[in-house]
Design a protein around this ligand. Sequence first.
Ligand code: NAP
Ligand code: GDD
Length: 355
Amino acid sequence: MTKRKVALITGITGQDGGYLADLLLSKGYEVHGIRRRSSSVNLQRIGHLYRNPHDRAENFHLHYADMTDGMSLFQVLKDVRPDEVYNLAAQSHVRISFDKPEYTSDVNGLGVVRLLEAIRLLGMGDHVRFYQASTSELYGNVQETPQSETTPFRPRSPYAISKHFAFLTTINYREAYGFHASNGILFNHEGPYRGEGFVSRKITRGASAIHYGLQDKLVLGNLNATRDWGHARDYVEGMWLMMQREEPSDYVLATGEQHSVRDFVERAFEIVDRPIEWDGAGLEEKGIDKKSGKAIIEIDPRFYRPAEVNSLVGNPAKAKDELGWEHRTTFGQLVAEMMEADMKQAAAGTLSAEG
Ligand code: NAP
Ligand code: GDD
């Protein structure tokens, strides 16, 4: 009988952590995840896998550690001895990274050094496969369209700069020590597990809350930014495929299709049969519910970024050729699935707080 593979996921309580845990368990892995200490339980995305320490699926285990605490990472790696490490943990909110640049750099940048160095010092570098959650934010002030693995990076936020450091650190351990270490340069990916502070979820949550009379309006920032939005469930498959390759490398995962925040809003409100008509410009622009005539979308500069990434769209050709990976969920299906989940919660009175 072949030995069950062991995976360690940092950031298992986050959006991608939840989808990746589901995928790896379905493939027969023993899955270990790192959670950080919090005063209240935040296991919503993995609640179906984990109940309490005495009643847990034998293939699923959580460990306390923190990306800012190298000793804790060392200890977990030593105990778990994983075959594959997926480093998903991050302060992942771009606008908040402008408020917390030092913390963001510590978790996202130095955290990767702590993890890779622990693997090296434990003598595990010759067999552990390492995935680094890199990002399309690296392209920042984009130099070509669409963006691929060879497009130069021009990061424009503390978040993106910390991820640039992590990207290069990952390549350095590959080149210097022969690690099987790969970067997934992932474009935006969403789903019902998405955090409430990201624009996609803020919109689907807001449209559902307005529809059920729980909220009067939705306040947003830059409506004209465009993103390449896919479904996180499809993207975690790409992460796993990178880890199965004989040779490590860096891959873009994207849909190749672009939509604006404005498109996302229109699509979400169409689902609740409230077509939006735009009126005014800049900070005075409003989204009017055509049926009631009420202004239900407003703009607040609080949600603008000091430096914005206006437009991103990826070219996933390398992932298709080498990994056989392609996104499956269309933009329309993504918005519909997120709306369905939030509408259910709104109807049940369990909709989470605004992000
Ligand atoms: P997310 O929902 O924000 O999850 C982040 C995870 O990191 C959470 O589990 C969080 O724990 C954990 N974390 C944060 N600080 C930590 C620390 N100091 N120590 C240990 N864990 C910590 O992010 P996501 O959307 O799943 O994204 C996963 C990764 O992919 C991130 O690295 C992100 O930067 C990157 N990425 C995401 C996208 C995207 O579109 N989603 C695209 C490209 C790259 P808590 O639950 O305790 O907060
Ligand atoms: N969050 C947020 N809130 N964004 C808004 C809002 C708002 O009210 N209004 C407009 N936006 C615009 C942002 O200015 C940005 O241009 C776009 O919507 C997307 O913002 P987010 O959903 O916060 O995502 P992001 O693109 O900044 O970052 C996400 O994707 C990256 C990959 O490109 C995060 O998941 C990052 O961790 C990830 O690396």
